[in-house]
Design a protein around this ligand. Structure first.
Ligand SMILES: O=C1O[C@H](COP(=O)(O)O)[C@@H](O)[C@H](O)[C@H]1O
Length: 225
């Protein structure tokens, strides 16, 4: 139940956690396992915490990421670290988490092993929760990525990306693999991101604002000021 004493971002996180848990329950009533694909960054922390409190058969839930920085899991920039700290706690710790990194030096070297690993998951995903940056990127599909075109068009599930505006190399699920999910959510907060979304809705070039590639998934938007 939504806690009305909480701020709008916490209420939004709670509503999204309830919707995500419901999607997983529905799919788990038909299948042995269900898969949840999550984004990192700063936005999803209260959502992860609210989701960890949901009553679910967590041991039948697979969790992976839409994208990851090519850093160790102990690095503060690691999305896996965020998921482990804020979601995989208490009962939710029995979910199976599959990360997108290896010990290889570069994502180009690790991409094959990551592909093999994520192909063991229960696709199609029940739900993909996307985030979005101020530049319209989602997952690690950035407007200035050298591999943006590939990420938007390849039928490979995962690819390495290099982006001049970003300090780390990255690995990301492709648009094709993200599209295949049964449900899609965009989780964003703040007026700046609402304006970026409004811009995205008024055009159709995904190379300019990669979030556009997901606007007709259909995409349920969870936004709070
Ligand atoms: O780099 C990333 O940024 C986006 C948005 O992050 P936020 O900090 O603005 O919430 C995120 O969706 C993506 O997974 C992450 O790697």
């Amino acid at each position: 139940m939504t806690n009305l004493a909480a701020g709008p971002r916490e209420q939004l996180a709670e509503q999204l956690a309830e919707a995500a848990a419901e999607a997983l329950r529905q799919d788990l009533s038909q299948n042995d396992r269900a898969l949840l694909v999550l984004s990192g960054g700063s936005t999803p922390v209260p959502f992860f915490q609210a989701l960890a409190r949901q009553e679910l058969p967590w041991e039948r839930v697979d969790v992976t990421l839409a994208d990851e920085r090519w850093v160790s899991e102990t690095d503060e920039a690691s999305n896996a670290r965020l998921v482990r700290r804020h979601l995989l706690q208490d009962q939710a710790a029995s979910a199976r988490f599959v990360s997108l990194t290896t010990d290889d030096e570069t994502p180009e070297q690790g991409v094959e092993a990551v592909t093999r690993r994520i192909e063991t998951l229960s696709w199609p995903a029940s739900l993909v929760v996307l985030g979005m940056g101020g530049d319209g990127h989602t997952a690690s599909l950035f407007p200035d990525s050298r591999e943006l075109e590939l990420g938007l068009t390849t039928d490979a599930p995962v690819l390495a990306t290099r982006t001049p505006s970003q300090p780390q190399a990255r690995i990301t699920l492709s648009a094709d693999r993200l599209h295949q999910a049964r449900r899609h959510v965009l989780h964003i907060i703040g007026d700046d991101k609402r304006s970026v979304l409004a811009r995205a809705l008024s055009g159709d070039d995904s190379r300019e604002l990669p979030i556009r590639a997901f606007l007709s998934c259909p995409l349920a938007v969870y936004w709070a000021p």
